[in-house]
Design a protein around this ligand. Structure first.
Ligand SMILES: N=CN[C@@H](CCC(=O)O)C(=O)O
Length: 402
């Protein structure tokens, strides 16, 4: 049993409220007590008889402390890079010109399929570690660059296994074989959709938490998405959908109809889409890095005004966006989406926890996981200023990771 007292917290942003001169008492992997240091009790039943007997006392030097950040949308299981494609796109090349030059998602699928599992694993491990060291203690991670039954299931298992290693964030695993149609199914899209629907049970068995479908031009129709998501839901996976990234193809309506756990990206969401999300309580996952790359921003202020629950994601993927820092995502959400720092921080903590169905995190309160970050600042406004605020220390389940 380990009891740890974090003291001299200058500003504590709990997710519920803000508190000055605070302290947090951690018992094993959970928060036992949190509040103003002056109110710290002398004894906490079941935790410590006398506060002077605490095993570890850590003075946080008046710093800002928040819950561990949560990245609600990433694609980290891939090999290779597409830097040349990024350079082409930045110079104005179209998707078809990029595809003709051998780029696009298909090129990552080819490289990933041709990469041995050991090398792939090392790359994914390295990426996940970056998230944790940057203060992100939970990462939603999608498969989707093997697009074969065995490859996708191996990706699910890889993520589940990596999560158990030291220095890794918690991982919410999303099975996303419905990313694009792989070459061996060209001209037989329906057969691929049928296959993916039939793989959902195995993905759940391998440890996936969610199922996601890319519903857009050049990907899958709403009808096809319904088939895969319903199959996933039947075996206990939370349904998610890539909606309106490039075009509106009925994905938001489908998310409302199916009660999806999230509708993601939403760069082209209309007023009608936002109203529907508000009416049916469909949470949005918005990703400023990717939106800026695509050149179309989702209507986040309208979502906030209408009460749509919002989470933030990096949308880390090899084709558009290499961000692994959720503090940078918060800065971008403030600058590009017009979110207040408080709303952006909430979306990167509690909002993420809600979208991932993880009520044990995203907030600093008794009984919650002791996923905690001490920042190199004394006020949360620093997130808006810094474009990549650095943590000084990160605790995952009460254990310091640096
Ligand atoms: N968000 C996910 N998919 C990206 C593409 C991923 C890639 O290019 O590898 C998208 O927006 O199109």
């Amino acid at each position: 049993m380990t009891v740890r007292l974090l003291t001299n917290i200058g500003r504590l942003w709990t997710g519920h409220d803000v508190c000055s001169n605070a302290a947090i008492l951690v018992h094993n992997d959970r928060i036992a007590w949190v509040g103003r240091a002056a109110d710290l009790p002398q004894s906490v039943p079941g935790v410590v008889d006398d506060i002077v007997d605490v095993d570890h006392v850590e003075n946080l030097g008046g710093a800002l402390v928040t819950p561990g950040l949560i990245d609600a949308h990433t694609h980290p299981v891939y090999a290779g890079n597409r830097y040349a494609e990024m350079a082409m796109r930045s110079g104005g090349s179209s998707s078809s010109a990029i595809a003709a030059a051998g780029g696009g998602i298909g090129s990552t699928v080819t490289v990933t399929r041709g990469t041995d599992p050991w090398t792939l694993c090392n790359g994914v491990r390295e990426r996940l570690r970056e998230w944790l060291l940057g203060g992100t203690t939970t990462v939603e991670a999608k498969t989707g660059y093997h697009l074969t039954r065995d490859g996708e299931l191996a990706d699910v298992r890889l993520l589940r296994e990596l999560e158990k290693e030291p220095m890794m964030p918690r991982v919410h695993v999303t099975f996303m074989a419905a990313h694009v149609v792989p070459p061996e199914y060209f001209g037989r899209q329906r057969d691929y959709v049928e296959a993916v629907a039939s793989w959902c049970a195995d993905a759940a068995g391998a440890g996936a938490d969610s199922v996601d479908v890319y519903c857009d031009d050049g990907h899958f129709t709403a009808e096809e998405a319904r088939w895969v998501l319903a199959s996933g839901r039947n075996v206990g996976l939370l349904p998610r959908i890539h909606a309106g990234a490039y075009n509106r193809r009925g994905a938001v309506q489908l998310a409302a109809e199916m009660g999806c756990a999230s509708a993601d990206l939403l760069h082209h969401a209309s007023d009608e889409d936002v109203a529907m999300m508000a009416r049916y309580g469909v949470p949005a996952v918005v990703c400023p890095g990717a939106a800026l790359q695509v050149g179309h921003l989702p209507p986040v202020r309208r979502m906030l005004a209408q009460g749509v629950p919002i989470a933030l994601g990096s949308d880390h993927n090899p084709g558009h966006c290499g961000i692994t820092s959720m503090s940078l995502v918060i800065s971008l959400a403030v600058a590009a989406f017009g979110m207040s720092v408080g709303d952006a921080l909430r979306a990167a903590t509690l909002g993420g926890a809600q979208v991932l169905g993880a009520p044990d995190r995203g907030i600093l309160a008794p009984g919650r996981l002791a996923d905690i970050v001490q920042w190199d600042a004394d006020h949360e406004g620093a997130f808006a200023w810094s474009f990549g605020l650095k943590p000084r220390r990160v605790w995952r389940g009460g254990v310091p990771v640096q």
